[in-house]
Design a protein around this ligand. Sequence first.
Ligand code: DGJ
Length: 705
Amino acid sequence: MIEPMITLTGRTMSAVIEPRGDAPPVWRWWGGTVDARGLPSLADTRPAASFSLDIDQPLAVVPAFGTGWFGPPALRAHRDGRHSAQWFETVSIETGDDGLTITLVDRAARLTLVQRIAVAGDLLTLSGEVVNDGEDVLEIEWLAAGTLPLPGDCAQIHSFTGRHNAEFVPQAEPMPAHGWVRENRRGLTGHAGPPGLFVSGPASGWHAGRVHAAQLAWSGNHRLAVERDDDGVWVLQMGEALAPGEIRLAPGDRYATPEMLATCSGEGLNCAMQAFHAAIRARAPWPAGGMRSRPVHVNSWEGFYFDHDEAALMALADRSAALGVERFVLDDGWFKGRDDDTAALGDWVPDPVKYPRGLRPLAAHIVGLGMEFGLWVEPEMINPDSDLARAHPDWALHVNGVPQHTSRNQLVLDLGRSEVRDYLFARLHALLTELPIAYLKWDHNRDLAVAGGADGRAGYHAQVRGAYALFDRLGAAHPALEIEACAGGGGRIDAGIAARTHRFWTSDCIDAVSRVRMQRGFLHFMPPEMMGAHVGASPAHSTGRSQGMAFRAAVALPGHFGVELDPATMAETDAATLAGGIARYKALRDRLHHGRVWLGEGPDGLVWQAHGKPDDLILQVTRVEPTTVRRPPAIVLPMLAGRGALRVHLLDVATEAGHPAPDAPVFAAMRDGGVVYSGDWLAQAGLPTPAMKAESAALFRIEPA
Ligand code: DGJ
């Protein structure tokens, strides 16, 4: 008897699985929506291949190693070198409204493997778990969170690379003839951005065509792989990259993978990104009542670095409040002995020299101005020159006999140890209880090496689980607390930590030109309300490049807006422009942060992004390089097709004053009451853009006429 296919369906995506009785279920499809009812079985569809095994082994949902499937296995495990080949039997496939759970056993190797696949909207959430049913240690070398098929006509893999100050550098590569792997062994997500990728189908782009995408919800070592199998199609896997000997399961123990979030869009990259945004929003730890409007920040770092002085910081608070700032974040430099980056990490008490009265007067001053008070911490870190290191020299990750490498003069505390987590919880809890702290900026400024735990084994996995446990404990004890994830800028941006934090520090590079590309990369995976976007000084500290204040404020506008400079150093005209930018952000933030986001490119180097609903949008068009054409081009907005009559308002062109380019009368009309176009016109002929100089941004509102 042929069992019916199991189809998981989203709006533009279907995933079809064929159960095969006791044999493990196999993948039939993951792509655009299909009707798989009555589909002939795979056994009836595949001719035998010459010189192949007499038993056919197509791509299983959980492919096994060593028993006839020659593609990438979901599990690599053994018992002291034995039982490395798995022969799975299906125990059950439980289906529910939100997905399915497949339970397989290998009776010879004595293990159970559970694969969960949930579906919500256009998103599949996959995770695996293995249980040791035997009587001796089961060593796990690899367990994929999910294994997914990619169709044979895929065209390109789009991923990101990066470093400190240069996150989200886009990469596009052709589909591999053999394999494509991105493996991270830094113990931390890394500056390339979240562990994720996009795979474009034939003729796909921002707005149309098939795009598969996936990201792993994990803040540590990871492996993303696309391998071409013998049938000429590709297999996508993601999972934690385990160090040798890292996961050894005692009898009855289990290992669970992080979750893999996967989506397939029939409407281009934008639709895939929007599915990710929806998924991250669904995981967000907002207190009951949901997300408040994202408050404008001021951060003390680039204005003051380690040079803390209570009176100067109170003056910063005064000037910031006058500009319209709503949250003051006191960055690195506030704790005992922290005069530079060589000492004091771990000693989380206010510095008695810089703050003889403690932090309370500064915090009270900030709160008195109507702002929230936020504090920088780097809990996982310890300087060898600290009271904590002197008291507990064994608390840092290490391997006996191997040199302990410092990075930025610091070592990493072993969060696999409960006493370390307890110490950190106690210190952070005390600060949060003693001071009116509404917000923590939680930094992590180095990679993990050498990362041995107390038992001498690799401690990467335990480190991530330990950090998550600390975040969770703190969140439970302080449910109103908001946390920003930072790791030397964007070194820990991923869906795992996104379930525990409320904002990401996108990059230490606040150069607005660099930020245009970086922030577009960020939006591939994460929603705009989590994207820390600051107005920095000019020239930018990271690049030495200068940009005008209007452009700096415009580039920060779509994210979670902040200021990271000392307003005392600004010209009066810049202060007025910045105050205007803050007011604009406050007026628009709830539109920018709740809807869908579309990215697009226009002719002649223009890039754009639209936030909101398809017929009610804020649109920002950005020009980085000078134009090369005589008259400004129109930009085509495909998501407006079929939306009826739409009124277009030009809210602003953020550019430097002086030497204005001539403008057409329609832009005066757009500024004054708006101009009506049909959605179809805007989607095909396009929206005219005003003359724009290099490093400028035009802001539109598009609403039903
Ligand atoms: C790295 C962060 O990215 C910066 O914003 C700042 O917080 C420094 N660390 C402080 O040491």
